[in-house]
Design a protein around this ligand. Structure first.
Ligand code: ZN
Length: 186
């Protein structure tokens, strides 16, 4: 069966996590770098590093880079070509325009995300959610979702990362991480 797989190496995970952690209540976005291979069983994206992008347009539902994304990608392509991107999801209360305190934002594609994925076919798009939580909660066993907890000075944060790609239709990729990553979040 043709299923894409994402492998998060330590520096790739750290890059994505750090940019989200610094902007805990603000969405973050960036590019991921590494290598891809095309196997009969499905494409594989190995994420070796991640680099945040500062210039984004925020909407009530999501964040958009729009034409800026083209700009960033073409510049970065001079030295290194991104194999995909990542961004975080934060829930808003649209009526009041405020963030609401829900358990975790849903790791799923917004309409903007879908358009973006179609446009950048063959790229992987990671969505992450990070939220402070009062206690360690049970981790599911979903191979399409990387979940865990991070502890920092007595605070606990729950992290979830999902990966998506487009190959004629929107698909979720299986997501795996380096053992050191798993040891740090489980
Ligand atoms: Zn999104």
């Amino acid at each position: 069966m043709d299923i894409g797989k994402v492998y998060l190496e330590r520096h790739g995970f750290d890059g994505i996590f750090r940019s989200s952690y610094e902007l805990l209540t603000t969405e973050c976005v960036g590019n991921v770098f590494g290598h891809t291979s095309h196997k009969k069983s499905g494409d594989i994206w190995v994420i070796e590093s991640a680099l945040p992008i500062q210039r984004v347009r925020r909407t009530s539902k999501d964040i958009c880079i729009g034409s800026d994304k083209v700009l960033h990608r073409s510049r970065l392509a001079l030295s290194n070509v991104p194999i995909g991107d990542y961004h975080s999801h934060i829930l808003f209360n649209e009526k009041k325009g405020k963030k609401i305190d829900t358990y975790l934002p849903v790791i799923s594609l917004s309409e903007e995300d879908k358009e973006d994925l179609k446009e950048w076919g063959n790229n992987i798009s990671l969505i992450m959610a990070l939220k402070e939580t009062p206690r360690i909660t049970r981790l599911g066993n979903n191979p399409f979702l990387l979940t865990g907890h991070i502890r920092d000075n007595g605070s606990i944060y729950r992290i979830e990362i999902g990966a998506f790609y487009y190959n004629g239709r929107m698909r979720k990729a299986l997501i795996k991480a380096d053992k050191k990553v798993l040891d740090s979040i489980r």
